[in-house]
Design a protein around this ligand. Structure first.
Ligand code: SF4
Length: 98
């Protein structure tokens, strides 16, 4: 008479549980780290408002966002100023690109 294969069934459930935990943790950990509203708020809070740095969407002369070291062309944003900025804009924080 053949014995029931209880150990194999238990191992299978354990393996399935471990797999579920590993997949769950690997999906949730990056989400927790990178999409935290608190972190996003902190990052936004470190930038200053456009008004406080006299930002204008159409700067005159060569001191334009497009030529500024703080300008991030991929997203039309600034390292220092909150919100989107225009490459033709400018503010008092302008720094020449190296
Ligand atoms: S610091 Fe001022 S000039 Fe430079 S990219 Fe930001 S908004 Fe534009």
């Amino acid at each position: 008479m053949k014995k029931p294969i209880l150990n194999e069934a238990v191992m299978s459930r354990r393996d399935m549980l471990r797999g579920t935990l590993v997949v769950g943790c690997s999906l949730l950990l990056p989400l927790t780290i990178f999409s935290s509203p608190v972190m996003a708020a902190e990052a936004a809070a470190k930038k200053v408002s456009k008004k406080s740095v006299h930002y204008t969407g159409h700067a005159t002369g060569e001191k334009k966002c497009g030529a500024c070291a703080n300008f991030i062309a991929e997203s039309n944003t600034c390292k220092m100023v909150a919100g989107k900025v225009n490459p033709a804009g400018g503010c008092v924080l302008w720094v020449k690109k190296a």
